[in-house]
Design a protein. Sequence first.
Length: 734
Amino acid sequence: MNAIIFNEDTKVFHIRTEHTSYQMMIGKHDVLLHLYYGAAVGDSEVTWRIVTFDRGFAANPYDAGDDRTFSLDVLPQEYTGYGNADYRVNGLEAVHADGSDALYLKYESHRILPGKYKLEGLPAMYGTDEEAQTLEITLRDHVSGLRAHLLYGVFPKLDVITRAVRVENNGETPIKLKKAMSAQLDFPHRPLDIIHFYGRHAQERLTERIPLPHAIHSVESKRGASSHQHNPFVILCDHAADETHGDCYGVSFVYSGNFKCETEVDQVGQPRMAIGIHPYHFSWRLEPGKVFETPEVILSFSEEGLGGLSRRLHDAIRSNLIRSRYVDSPRPVLVNNWEATYFGFDEEKLYGIAKTAREIGLDLFVLDDGWFGKRDSDTTGLGDWVVNEDKIQGGLPALAERIRGLGMKFGLWVEPEMVSEDSDLYRTHPDWCLRIPGRPMNRGRFQLNLDVSRKEVRDHVMGQIFQVIDACGVEYIKWDCNRSVGNVYSAELPPERQGEIYHRYMLGVYDMMEQLVSRYPNLLFENCSGGGGRFDAGMLYYSPQIWCSDNTDAIDRLKIQYGTSFGYPISTMGAHVSVCPNHQTGRTVPFDTRAVVASAGTFGFELDLQKLSEEEKKQASAWIRTYRKIEPLVQKGDYYRLSPAAEGSRHVVWQFVSKDRSETLIAGVLLENISNPRVHLIFPKGLDEEAKYQDEGTGAVYTGAALMHAGIPLVAPMGDYQPIWHHMKKCECD
Ligand code: GLA
């Protein structure tokens, strides 16, 4: 099947994936109209969806002549400019040399290319010529000469279409971009809900669902990071859509900096969505002949509800966004010393944790914050990536060697984008941080952002970090970012280019990460930003996992991991068993329950293993063995949310099913036990109706059909926060 078809007669573009269709049409006056995105419609071209009226106060462009039914203000379009009487949320705003900002974008040409387009210096999905095709449609503003090349990356098997825009100044004079969204999506005549993921530090990606209002609704970040507060992933869906039914659109921005996802229902009830770099503090000077590329957006659609959409996105991100070899190979089970020691450690303490970790059966010891510079608290040391020999006597290579001698891998925490005022780096180069001339700086966790838009700054920091990695043979890096971007002004840019700094900062971060992963292709790389402050598709291009949240309380994690699962594969969520009472909430949760929740992610430990009782050590060892068994399900399986982590939920249950449906894991937490309880049934999904499945724990045998239609009762031992765990495999048994 040719995934991209252009019909010369009707001027319709039809993008076809296995289960979806996306259609556009070169309409009257060469305006590129959006016809449809949704379930596959065969070879029909749905041009009849464009219905025009003479609408009051909906102006007409000059070239429409006397045709008062042609108004950009109500036509569904593919990508729009300003100043043409389309008063809705728009895509592209450019200020020309004369100070005007109008753009009337018209179809000029198109190309269909094998494979997937690439974006310079930006994360993006990748694909071979067999996996993907590219459609490039060029729109042109005839007055200024500006061109907007709309890029569509089509992955037929994944049911994914990516979008980005390459803006080219083909005029004679410089232009200033003020807004350059990556994609717009118009929905002719359709009421929709938006589901988005909001939160705060230690409470990321909580779920909110609201009907799109007749107003502009914005999910956004102006913090220089995709942020804890809003996530750059949203779902638009039917009012009635649930986990198993209904039309759902997923929109995932492949970017880790400022973003804006605007939605608006226009005067005649048509929703429009636009997503891209936040126009706040954004401008980009484009000289004649120069190009600006927007970051990418991943679009997917499923008519099988939210669950169907999530599974599509999980597959796409795992197969064609994450590049790490660890994406589907066993990851070392790690212990991280942060909650075990915070800043208070020496080499013997660390070695002790590593030794116990090895006895228990762990694979990787991660030395978190505090190993470098004069880093005895969070007030000092960032920027000095040389070992603190007061704390680690004998040096880091010697410690790494000792730990490796135990048979463990060695990993390290770094925070390359930051500097403490009390550091040698700051004392030597006070001008290397972002700083607004003449204004006192704001600090976040006592630290400042380095101006990583500057190559010399990046080279210095990465040079130091590479030396440490080389000297210690580091096998894992956790890259942190513990404040929002602030004091936004770069000493290197002229005043008229200061609007570029947020994006240049992000390009700098991506350049540093690219250097890291290309220099150490076998390194396991975990991203982090005070937990999940940069949990986005952009980061997953560099690292296969992201520390999901600084909140390690298993019960709070249920909501955080639930929200995260809508847009991101389960194997991308760093999740650790930590100590009780929990350091963030003071809550006490049974060990097994903590392990059940951590095993719905990239499993690890974050506590002083030496302080575990003998019984707990045995439990920890058993859980490592168990995780090893279910890890392929977590990494490659299909994920089902069987019951939500919502306000008032009595239980939260999820399920993995292997692609060949031979194995499943139904797991979760019974939050509250009450006396004389009602019996709740849980209905697994995605199984082979005919097959028989045996529960490894109880030995019980069920048909797939019985499990899915009759359900199984939720029973757990007495007490709150009890684990639910049914690992089942197909069997030949009677
Ligand atoms: C952030 C991370 C934590 C830990 C600390 C160290 O908050 O999310 O896991 O690494 O920094 O300072």
